[in-house]
Design a protein around this ligand. Structure first.
Ligand SMILES: Cc1cc2nc3c(=O)[nH]c(=O)nc-3n(C[C@H](O)[C@H](O)[C@H](O)COP(=O)(O)O)c2cc1C
Length: 178
């Protein structure tokens, strides 16, 4: 069984997970610019790691196209976002909802997916995302006054954080049988 690892990342947290995963699997983590190599590699399994962006998953369109073109492959998605790992305070439903927006359940019920917490680094964002985040911070400020969850998330993002943890990939490795 061979596995290809492709990742899409802006500020580096998803790249970190992709490199950890590739290292554990004894393969190379291919950046999104080299996605065609992964598609053409003939690997039985393709793991796509990408980051949540405004409730969607970057690069999902490419993966949907590849799944149509190469239905015989096994696909696994690892979504990386700013949300903490699922817990009582931060239910899985938050990240599942974003995943299902990119891969609607009616069509992709069999697509295996995992979540890993990334981080946030305002200075490394592209100009457009900086503008979007400034607007988002302003929008959330009012809600943060009454919702401690929102206040926590807002403060973490404003200060910046690195929530990556190699252990979060263990369920992915278990699933892949590695
Ligand atoms: C404009 C923008 C929108 C975002 N939207 C979401 C989101 O909807 N859900 C989420 O969990 N994280 C969201 N994030 C946080 C990123 O997914 C997080 O910072 C991730 O670690 C970035 O990965 P990267 O370092 O590989 O680019 C957003 C970040 C930006 C800049």
């Amino acid at each position: 069984m061979s596995t290809a690892v492709v990742y899409c990342s802006q500020t580096g947290y998803t790249r970190t997970y992709a490199r950890w995963l590739a290292e554990s699997l004894g393969t190379e983590a291919l950046p999104f610019e080299r996605r065609d190599e992964a598609a053409a590699s003939g690997a039985d399994t393709l793991v796509f790691l990408s980051w949540f962006h405004a409730g969607g998953l970057k690069g999902a369109k490419w993966l949907r196209g590849l799944m149509d073109a190469q239905p015989g492959k096994r696909y696994v998605v690892v979504g990386v976002g700013a949300y903490p790992m699922p817990s009582e305070d931060w239910p899985q439903s938050d990240t599942d909802e974003a995943f299902e927006r990119a891969f609607p359940r009616e069509r992709y019920s069999a697509l295996k997916h995992f979540y890993c917490q990334g981080g946030f680094d305002f200075d490394r964002l592209c100009t457009l995302d900086k503008l979007a985040m400034r607007a988002f911070f302003r929008m959330q400020a009012k809600a943060a006054e009454t919702d401690p969850r929102i206040a926590f998330a807002l403060e973490s993002m404003k200060q910046g954080f690195d929530g990556t943890n190699r252990a979060y990939l263990q369920p992915v490795l278990d699933y892949l049988g590695a």
